[in-house]
Ligand binder design. Sequence first.
Ligand code: NAP
Ligand code: HSE
Length: 428
Amino acid sequence: MSQPLRLGIAGLGTVGVGVVRILRKQAALIEARTGRAVTISAVSARSRDKDRGVNLSDYAWEDDPVALAKRDDIDVFVELMGGDEGPAKDATEAALASGKDVVTANKAMLAMHGQALAEQAEAAGCLIRYEAAVAGGIPVIKTLTEGLAGNEITRVMGVMNGSCNYILTRMEDAGLPYADVFAEADGLGYLEADPALDVGGIDAAHKLAILSSIAFGTQVDFAGIEIEGIERVSIEDIKAAADMGYKIKLLGVAQMTGRGLEQRMQPCLVPDRSPLGQLAGGTNMIVLEGDAVGQIVLRGPGAGEGPTASAVLSDICDIARGWHGPVFGQKASTLTAATSAMSQAPAAFYLRIGLLDKPGALAKIATVLGEAGISINRMRQTEHRSDHAPVLIVTHKTSRKALDEALAAMSGTGVLASDPVALRIEDL
Ligand code: NAP
Ligand code: HSE
């Protein structure tokens, strides 16, 4: 009879409690599937007295997650506290230093310290598993590292932050401005404790950085991602996009080019009939492209207690079955340092420009675009505001570099009432 796999769980919030619930409810099923019992030896959180709606009396308690990580009666340290620094990182390092495998849902920690942690784990002969860190319940890490192991991955893209997708679809459905929907999402508890992580595109970029590393054999390079949040997307943009047959999505794209690794997380216009365009509410979608397989689309819940705990359990069950493998799909020592490359692939862009309402203003903007070699495909001047006239322009395909030059030149024309909004139109 195999020995039980003994867990120490640090963090008993949404995800931690979900993991405890599944382990209690599905103990027999997990044992049948893995061939051994999976038990909890000890747990840790900030407040011992908090009622978490789950019975914790069977487990030892540690106030300090680092002490939990070092306990002799655990085989696997399950880190569900969050944060790229502090107790999560300290305890993860302590667990690896004492020969424990680690399961975590912490995308921030892996995006910032993934390479160093992977090197530490592999030197110690330990595992770090993190299925829950990217796209919650969607098994995208397993799909990339195992299911597509024989493919050269050509592109990874997707909608990886449910809160942003909720805000953008709710704005469109209810015709509400960003600020109102942001407040609503916050009130419903949909946003991270620091909402800037969600709406600023940072949480989604953490996830993209992890996927890129596995897909392209590079060291996690969060700093190399071009990141733009959804804060400046207005209801006017969403309506204009809809009129043209597009939806606005916070889209992550990573691909290896001859110039280096291109990674971007930005609001983009995508065709409304495409799978990404059809994605509503808090759901996530990841599109993976490989040279042999072609394109795979994974869709599902990207957050929440059940889906995220389900992904954590997938990692725990793999360890119980004796799974072994490197952290990012190949040995950490073989991952190359990424050279980040700005996207050069030509794309059409949607521009919203607030023009001062005075003679010649529009002509100056058209001249700037023309001088940058950018051709206008469509243009509309919408209803005048007290001090400015909003102008919506869709360009023909151009490079981001040419567009940035044009935007810089526009700021010197003296006819702008506000900074222009520029959104890429993504061909899918
Ligand atoms: P949460 O609800 O805020 O829970 C965090 C837990 O960590 C709480 O139990 C908290 O204790 C504990 N904690 C915080 N600092 C601690 C410390 N210094 N010592 C001991 N315990 C400490 O967070 P969550 O939503 O479960 O998220 C956990 C992790 O999963 C994060 O890395 C997050 O990014 C990731 N994740 C979450 C989701 C999701 O849907 N929620 C989805 C994917 C990934 P108290 O309860 O006593 O305050
Ligand atoms: N804030 C994240 C989201 C939680 O909305 O997708 C899951 O990582």
